[in-house]
Write a protein that binds this ligand. Structure first.
Ligand SMILES: *[C@@H]1O[C@H](CO)[C@@H](O)[C@H](O)[C@H]1NC(C)=O
Ligand SMILES: *[C@@H]1O[C@H](CO)[C@@H](O)[C@H](O)[C@H]1NC(C)=O
Ligand SMILES: *[C@@H]1O[C@H](CO)[C@@H](O)[C@H](O)[C@H]1NC(C)=O
Ligand SMILES: *[C@@H]1O[C@H](CO)[C@@H](O)[C@H](O)[C@H]1NC(C)=O
Length: 462
């Protein structure tokens, strides 16, 4: 009898579960911001903290000025770009002629994947198409201006997608520019004050649906939206489809660049501006998209050593970002041959080495009550296990014998350790509040890392 009852109850709850599941699977998002913004961000994204951005395209051939080269040359008529072309190319050379030299002969998706994996990043975002309109995949909607019919004669997106998705634990994502500087249909829609949207119907949307179906990206990083409203781009209908029906509906994350005025307000997570690093806790999940070559996202042959962020600079922006609730999307620009400049490789591997020791304070961490210390500048906090663990990430090792921190409230049972260091860490309560850590005598051989170091607190009073 008792057994019977349990069975009935089990059956009932099973039905209920199925019912809930059916509802959940059919939870249709409406093509309105109210509805789209209500979708919870898939949890993998906040846990990941670090992604790699890759700007690669025909602009990697001139590799001069930046990925905006075509526009700077023939849209803005910039003198340096005009002179660069006059000096180095025949008079009738067009931007389209660069595509032939987009050779990618050293591109090895498996080599890229192993570098990205070794960097400690948990996702990658590749430019499928930048504002120049050249598609890095064989698009049906980009006649002869794509990587299969022209230039590489390869499916650059597909090769990396397969490698990342099949051989690493990283999430694969795609950047996609809504607009194209010089596309005739786009320019016509613009001349019509966005009262027509032939460009969107014939080009932008078919392409976006194509890359989602074909490559199943779990990040859709939209850009190039700012000249026209989202009603022109039809982006809310796209997002409703993406969230309701697409093959990545359960795991995909999107950014906020879906039409003029949307950035920093609507979408999956917020990017707000390039290199967004607010320094204070944010209400919504954000991403700081920044680039290792501080002056460009695309590769530049004339890049100088001093243009590249040092490890200290890179870690500073990473740690500040994570403490305030953000992810860092760190960009590299590969060459037209498909290589990654050794200085970028070095930074990526250094990040990976740092994360091997200190990743506990980063991956899946949550912002703490305080983001940075109240007394000592350059100390940023994260927390884990519902704030049972608090991490103080120290960007600058003090020159004295102690480190004073104002934010942590200590108790009898507080335990302090230094990640990657086996010795005991001595400490005493601060004179009025906080804590004074007696710095261990680190040498070049015993320090966990040359760069930022992380103190871990268990059992704080706050
Ligand atoms: C640049 O030159 C082109 C072609 O001469 C012209 O159409 C365009 O308006 C110029 N752009 C600017 C910003 O002056
Ligand atoms: C990725 O990195 C992890 C940690 O360093 C390593 O164990 C794994 O073998 C790497 N996988 C690939 C495909 O490189
Ligand atoms: C677009 O708007 C401008 C400025 O309001 C106006 O001068 C122009 O005639 C409009 N063009 C069309 C095609 O509606
Ligand atoms: C903590 O960060 C805020 C915002 O970036 C800054 O204004 C403040 O000066 C920092 N505190 C210290 C002690 O450096």
């Amino acid at each position: 009898m008792v057994a019977m009852k349990t069975l009935v109850v089990n059956k009932l709850s099973l039905c209920l579960l199925l019912f809930v599941n059916i509802i959940a699977n059919h939870a249709a998002y409406e093509p309105t911001w109210e509805s789209l913004d209500s979708r919870p961000l898939p949890s993998w994204y906040d846990e990941a903290k670090l992604g790699i951005f890759i700007h690669w395209g025909v602009f990697s051939v001139p590799s001069f000025r930046s990925e905006w080269f075509w526009y700077d040359w023939q849209g803005a008529n910039d003198t340096d770009c005009i002179n660069f072309m006059k000096t180095n190319y025949p008079p009738d050379f067009t931007y389209a002629d660069f595509a032939k030299q987009y050779t990618t002969e050293f591109y090895s998706a498996s080599q890229w994947a192993s570098i990205f994996n070794a960097s400690g990043a948990r996702y990658v975002v590749l430019t499928s198409k930048h504002h120049e309109g050249f598609t890095n995949w064989p698009s049906k909607y980009s006649f002869n201006w794509n990587s299969m019919d022209n230039g590489p004669h390869r499916d650059l997106v597909g090769e990396l997608a397969t490698e990342i998705q099949q051989n690493t634990g990283l999430h694969f994502g795609l950047y996609h520019s809504l607009f194209e500087w010089f596309h005739p249909l786009y320019l016509q829609d613009k001349a019509n004050n966005w009262t027509t949207n032939n460009f969107v119907k014939d080009k932008t949307m078919p392409e976006l649906y194509e890359i989602i179906q074909k490559y199943k990206p779990e990040v859709v990083w939209s850009d190039g939206d700012w000249e026209a409203p989202d009603s022109y781009w039809d982006s809310k209908n796209f997002l409703a489809w993406l969230y309701n029906e697409s093959p990545v509906k359960d795991t995909v994350v999107t950014n906020d660049r879906w039409g003029n005025g949307d950035m920093c307000h609507h979408g999956g997570y917020l990017t707000c501006s390039d290199k967004y690093n607010p320094g204070v806790l944010q209400k919504r999940k954000f991403e700081n998209a920044m680039t290792l070559d501080d002056a460009s996202w695309g590769y530049r042959r004339d890049m100088k050593f001093t243009d590249v962020l040092t490890m200290d600079e890179l870690l500073k922006t990473f740690i500040e970002t994570v403490s305030c609730g953000g992810n860092l999307l760190m960009n590299i620009g590969p060459t037209k041959e498909g290589t990654i400049a050794p200085i970028f490789q070095e930074r990526l591997l250094q990040m990976g080495d740092w994360l091997k020791i200190n990743g506990e304070a980063i991956y899946s961490s949550k912002p703490w009550t305080y983001q940075n210390d109240t007394i000592t500048p350059g100390v940023w906090y994260t927390s884990a296990k519902g704030q049972q663990y608090v991490y103080a990430i120290v960007l600058n090792w003090p020159s004295g014998e102690t480190l004073q921190l104002g934010a942590p409230s200590v108790s009898q049972s507080t335990v302090v350790s230094l990640l990657g260091y086996t010795g005991t860490i001595e400490w005493r309560a601060g004179t009025t509040h906080g804590i004074e850590i007696i710095l261990p005598p680190l040498t070049v051989n015993t320090q966990p890392s040359k760069y930022a170091k992380v103190f871990k607190f268990i059992n704080l009073d706050n």
